[in-house]
Each structure stands twice: as structure tokens, then as C-alpha cells.
Design a binder for this molecule. Structure first.
Ligand code: GUN
Ligand code: ZN
Length: 545
């Protein structure tokens, strides 16, 4: 069972229940190689808080002694680990060494027999350079193996990996077909080569399209993603689980992982890390350790760094700041900037996950922040969907450069002179672009923070605009009964928030407004009946029944 507790866009904090305890996601499953004694599972559990680890059933199966022990005493006893254990199937070995010599159902039954909590089918690894026909074949084989597994393996607990290389339509297709089956995990497979060569923009699209096909199902596991560099962006796109043998692999070659990249121990003069290892040792002491001790220390550091970065990602989901975190982190490697661009381009896939309002203000981190779904949805709407309060009426354009937010509060005199006596639509130049003034108390326009110095954005205006140049602007306008800003707001925000035309129902009666002490509208009444309340934190409506 996978229960979602909190969300931030497509990212989520969830709890997944296994026969060996609960696992909170997003989370990291360290890879344990039963043949190599590095950080023991017991230490992982006690010192690092590991709730779930992953090991390779194919290695166990191929090693007589391990196989016999696993079958006799069970996987958890073999590993000496009480938490949840996922097993992989040998697919990765096929990527490294060519085809593996085992039947798909045989390795699946073996995983079940040794008591794995999540057993992975023998999917077919799709390589980035595979030609399309081969990828189609591998995707279809993976789907039929998943279907067979579902038939033979009724009680579930299977991981059904999505393959498809960098053919995004095949990723969608594979995700969609697998979503019909009762998987426990839905890993995104075949991404290790993309990760290794920093092809993060393709990785981003692979995740986006796999998720699109899969829909809301989960947990989604990014197979073989072990570098903390990738966690924020992958979690933002909806990945819940990561597995890592990198902490050990990197350690063996002397590489320290950081959220901002990798540094070789020979190049490090200052460790710059607060983990229990680095707080007690200098880089030269670390270099001088005997090799096995040095590898162990660096592996421990790498795991600490990975877990702590995952904590930061979770906290960002909790406080609604994951977009800001991803944008900030993208500066550490140009490939992450390319990846971020692909994330913004994935607007159509991400938009359904994006709440209209958020509790936390929108923080601008760089000029691209304006491509975030929260802003793009509003700016696209204003460009293409917005229906102004008055058709065939002029637009009055205000400048916001010398006033604060909400803007209308600083324009009371102007609005008092203008609105009751003129039929006009209102616009204001804002850091998000030219916006209808009715949106000035609504997320993200009201709840946002921008630096004063930032690159100009190109602003587009309707044809018949009149710039507000002070009270004498009134002289150029014809007089006719207008509308209050409150009335305009109810129409425009309802259209935006509920559906086009929703605002029209307010033309069929008498509107009145109840304000709070600060003069902000609290409730909207139609013919004296309370029908809408205004949410204080994002200025959107809640329906009153
Ligand atoms: N480990 C890394 N990538 C993969 C993958 O695509 N499939 C499986 N089963 N294991 C993996
Ligand atoms: Zn450290």
C-alpha cells in the first residue's frame, strides 16, 4: 500500500508498507552486494536509518553457497537486515555483460522463495543507442513478461520497470501498459547510461513521458540513480525511490559525492562536509589511510551526503519550495540547466499536478523561474483564455514600478475616480508580465517575491490600451456606468479557477461583499446568499454550499 501524505507538484511524500516495515518516500535504497563486505546491512539500519535496501537476486542465484543459504534461511537472515528488501533480477547484468542465462519466471520465483519484499521481473534493458525496432521489441518483451508475472505471481509485490530508451512515445506506451497491471513498484529502467554521461535533459524527458503513461501510480523508482545531484529534479518529476551502488563504486575510485557534484580525494583540500566522517578527519589523513579503510570512509561519507540531500528534498516538499530548490541546484552543472529547460518544456505533463494556489509565496530565483507551471498557467491564460469584464471597452494600463502589492490597494484614489463612471478593463505591468488588475490578490501575483534588478521580460499589450498618466487620463474616456473591482474579481477569478464562463453566473443577481478588518474581501454574496469565500493565503475562492 502506498499512501501519499504531502505533495508539491508531481513530487510527493508517501509511506509504503511492506511485510518488513514502512518505508517513507522519497527514499534511497542502498545497493548491497552479498559478495562484498563494505557497510553491513546492520550498520545501514542502525547508523544510516536505512528503511529499505536493494540486492541482486541473480548474484545470489548464481553463487551456490548464497543460493542455498537464501533458500534455507531467507533473504533477510542472509543479509542480517530487518527492514524491507527489494531484489533485482539480472537485467542490469545483461546491460553490463550481454544477455543473462536465466528464465524470466524462474528468477522471479526465486526472489519470491527467498522472501524478497519487492521482486523485479526480468525486464529487457533498453540502451540509448538501440535502434527503434530493437527498443520496440524489448518494450514488448518487457510488457509480456510483466503480464506473465502478474498471472503467475498473483499476490503482487512485483516491480515492473518501464523501458523505452529515448523514444518518448515508447516510454509512454510502456508506462500505460504496465499501469494496467498490479505492480508494487514502477521503476524507470534503462537510464544508467544517461546518468553516467550526464545526459540529464534526456533523462528528464524519459521520466516525464514514463510518468505520463503511468499516471498517478507509484511508487516510481529511478533505477540505478545514485548521485544526489539528481534527486531534487527527479523527485520534482515524481520519482519516489532511488537505489545506489554509486556510494560504493565512487568510493572505490576515491570520489566524494556532494549535492553539487563529485570531487576526487586527491583534489580536495577542504572537505566542506558536516557528516560524521568528515567532521573527524582531514583530507590528508583520509588520503593516508590504508585503501580498504579509505574506501569505507568515503563510502560512508557518500551515503551520509545522499541521505541528507534526500532530507532536504523532503523538507522542500513539506514547505512547498521544491521548484526553488531545483532551480537553485541547477546552477551546479550545465547539464542540469538543460534538464531544467526540459522540465519547463514538460508543462503540459506537469500542469495537472500543479495546484492553482500554494501556501508559500513564489520566490524568483532566476529569469527562468517565470516558466514554472504556477506562472505559465496564469500567463498562458491571460494571453489566450482571459475574457475581460467589458467587451469592446478600452484597457487602462497601470505601472506597478513605484507601488507595492496588492497593487489595487495603492491605486484606491485612481480606481475611485475611474471605476464607477467608466466602462474600462484594467491592466497592470508586473514582474510576471501584463496582468489584469483583478488578479492582484491571487497566487502567484500577490504571493511572490522578485528582486528589483532582473532582466526585462517582453511584455505584450492588447491593441486598445490607454496608459494611466494621472487623473487627466479620465478626460479621454466616455462616461458610462462601470463595475467595482470586487465585481470584476469575482467574474475573472471564477473563470480562471473553475472554468470559462463560470463568472457569468454573477451577472444574474445582486453581488455584495463582506470584508475583513483590513478591507480584504472575505465572503461573496449573490442576492444576499453566501456563495464564495476567499482563501486568505492565495486569494482563490472556496465554494460555500
Ligand atoms: N538496474 C539499473 N537499471 C536497471 C533496469 O533498467 N532494470 C533492472 N531490472 N535493473 C536495473
Ligand atoms: Zn562527509
Amino acid at each position: 500500500m502506498f499512501e501519499i501524505k504531502e505533495r508539491d507538484g508531481a513530487a510527493r511524500i508517501g509511506v509504503f508498507t511492506t511485510p518488513h516495515g514502512k518505508v517513507e518516500t522519497p527514499n534511497l535504497m542502498p545497493v548491497v552486494n552479498p559478495n562484498i563486505d563494505l557497510i553491513s546491512p546492520k550498520r545501514l539500519e542502525k547508523e544510516f536509518g536505512t528503511q529499505m535496501l536493494i540486492t541482486n537476486s541473480y548474484i545470489i542465484y548464481r553463487t551456490d553457497e548464497l543460493r542455498e543459504r537464501a533458500l534455507k534461511e531467507g533473504l533477510h537472515s542472509l543479509l542480517d537486515f530487518k527492514g524491507a528488501v527489494m531484489t533485482d533480477s539480472g537485467t542490469f547484468q545483461s546491460h553490463v555483460y550481454g544477455e543473462v542465462d536465466i528464465e524470466p519466471l524462474e528468477i522471479l520465483s526465486f526472489q519470491k522463495n527467498i522472501g524478497s519484499d519487492v521482486c523485479t521481473i526480468l525486464d529487457r534493458f533498453t540502451e540509448p543507442d538501440d535502434p527503434r525496432e530493437l527498443v520496440e521489441q524489448k518494450v514488448n518483451d518487457t510488457i509480456s513478461r510483466a503480464q506473465e508475472a502478474s498471472k503467475e505471481h498473483h499476490e503482487g509485490h512485483t516491480a515492473l520497470p518501464i523501458q523505452g530508451s529515448v523514444f518518448y512515445d515508447l516510454r509512454e506506451y510502456c508506462g500505460r501498459e504496465l499501469s494496467r497491471l498490479d505492480g508494487t513498484f514502477y521503476p524507470i529502467g534503462g537510464v544508467v547510461p544517461l546518468l553516467e554521461s550526464y545526459r540529464f535533459h534526456e533523462l528528464t524527458k524519459v521520466i516525464l513521458h514514463s510518468k505520463k503513461g503511468l499516471g498517478p501510480r507509484g511508487p516510481v523508482h529511478l533505477f540505478g540513480a545514485g548521485h544526489p545531484l539528481i534527486y531534487p529534479i527527479a523527485v520534482l518529476l515524481g520519482c519516489d525511490l532511488f537505489d545506489s551502488s554509486s556510494y560504493a563504486k565512487y568510493a572505490r575510485r576515491g570520489d566524494l559525492m556532494y549535492p553539487w557534484g563529485t570531487r576526487h580525494i586527491d583534489d580536495v583540500d577542504y572537505l566542506g562536509c558536516e557528516c560524521p566522517v568528515c567532521s573527524k578527519i582531514t583530507p590528508s589523513e583520509l588520503r593516508e589511510l590504508p585503501e580498504n579503510k579509505r574506501v569505507l570512509k568515503i563510502a560512508e561519507h557518500n551515503l551520509w551526503i545522499s541521505y541528507r540531500e534526500m532530507d532536504r528534498v523532503k523538507q522542500a516538499i513539506h514547505e512547498d519550495t521544491l521548484w526553488e530548490m531545483v532551480e537553485n541546484r541547477s546552477g551546479v552543472h550545465p547539464s542540469l540547466i538543460d534538464a531544467l529547460k526540459s522540465v519547463y518544456d514538460g508543462f503540459e505533463i506537469l500542469e495537472p499536478y500543479e495546484p492553482k494556489g500554494r501556501k508559500r509565496a513564489f520566490f524568483y530565483t532566476n529569469p527562468w523561474s517565470l516558466n514554472r507551471p504556477a506562472v505559465k498557467r496564469l500567463t498562458d491564460y491571460v494571453q489566450d483564455g482571459y475574457k475581460p469584464p467589458f467587451e469592446n471597452a478600452p484597457y487602462i494600463l497601470f505601472d506597478s514600478s513605484n507601488i507595492s502589492k496588492p497593487y489595487s490597494r495603492y491605486l484606491t484614489n485612481e480606481l475611485r475616480a475611474l471605476l464607477p463612471y467608466h466602462r474600462v478593463n484594467l491592466l497592470i505591468e508586473t514582474p510576471l508580465g501584463v496582468m489584469p488588475l483583478e488578479f492582484d490578490e491571487t497566487y502567484p501575483l500577490a504571493q511572490s517575491l522578485f528582486p528589483d534588478n532582473r532582466p526585462d521580460i517582453s511584455l505584450s499589450y492588447p491593441e486598445d490600451i490607454i496608459r494611466w498618466e494621472g487623473m487627466n487620463t479620465l478626460e479621454s474616456l466616455t462616461k458610462k456606468e462601470g463595475m467595482t473591482l470586487d465585481e470584476m474579481r469575482v467574474r475573472s477569478i471564477s473563470d480562471y479557477q473553475f472554468c470559462k464562463g463560470a463568472g457569468d453566473i454573477f451577472s444574474n443577481g445582486e453581488l455584495s461583499f463582506i470584508k475583513n478588518r483590513k478591507g480584504r474581501t472575505k465572503n461573496v454574496l449573490l442576492d444576499n446568499k453566501h456563495i464564495l469565500s476567499v482563501r486568505s493565503y492565495d486569494g482563490l475562492f472556496t465554494l460555500k454550499r
